[in-house]
Design a protein around this ligand. Sequence first.
Ligand code: FMN
Length: 165
Amino acid sequence: MDTFDCIATKLDVREFSLEKVSDEVKSKVLEAARMTGTGLNTQHWRFIIVEEAENIKRLAQDSISGKWTSGANFAVIILTDPEHNFHMIDAGRVAQNMQLAAWNFGVTSGLFTGLRENELRRDFNIPKSLNPTVILGFGYPARKLVGRKNRQPLESLVHRERFKE
Ligand SMILES: Cc1cc2nc3c(=O)[nH]c(=O)nc-3n(C[C@H](O)[C@H](O)[C@H](O)COP(=O)(O)O)c2cc1C
């Protein structure tokens, strides 16, 4: 898929079909993560891929704003090192690349950031040194996506040369 089309058509989806995502697609998603740049090329992040139904369920229970993850085919917990002041930027970049890599194969995804940290750390053995920053849920969409992005027009977002009030 053309890169722009991939970005323009990708919606954050929270309802998935039961169709399984192949190992090949999952590998591409993880490889896209690995290929993403980090501040100072620190590569401080780690990724927990969650595939077993029981663990997906546990992940959804450990969320505050991601209960929908229970219907995902697989999920990825993105861990970043908060010692780096740019770690949230790194998390955002890698999340987006994984989502776009999946969408290239028709696999959609959503993300959540609201989580029950203690429970999540316990259930997924997350070390103290790393922060569970973003969690992605992936799967084929439950239905044909007809939604349109709700976005502001460029005129209200872009300033030329200087910010204008
Ligand atoms: C930093 C960030 C945090 C988000 N947190 C959540 C979340 O906790 N739960 C959730 O369901 N969606 C979450 N989202 C998804 C947004 O709601 C979604 O990107 C936005 O509504 C646009 O969706 P669309 O691309 O499908 O139009 C988050 C997105 C971002 C970028």
